[in-house]
Design a protein around this ligand. Structure first.
Ligand SMILES: [Zn+2]
Length: 66
């Protein structure tokens, strides 16, 4: 399993992106989403708080929509 985080302070117009531990785009302001088998469940957990949550293009490409 891998550790995932969600950006808690995205720029205006950007969505709350979910990152996998070790991603070079990891934001400094983030919330721990815990351990997940893949980005899909991590994004689903982030969406409980942030309905616009989406996977990072770099580390969660299969979950990246926009
Ligand atoms: Zn990332």
């Amino acid at each position: 399993m891998k550790h995932y985080y969600v950006n808690t302070a995205p720029w205006v117009g950007e969505n709350h992106e979910v990152h996998e531990e070790g991603c070079h785009k990891m934001p400094s302001q983030k919330r721990d989403l815990g351990l997940h088998y893949n980005c899909k469940t991590a994004v689903a957990k982030a969406q409980e708080t942030y309905p616009d949550a989406d996977g990072c293009y770099y580390c969660c490409e299969p979950c990246h929509r926009k």
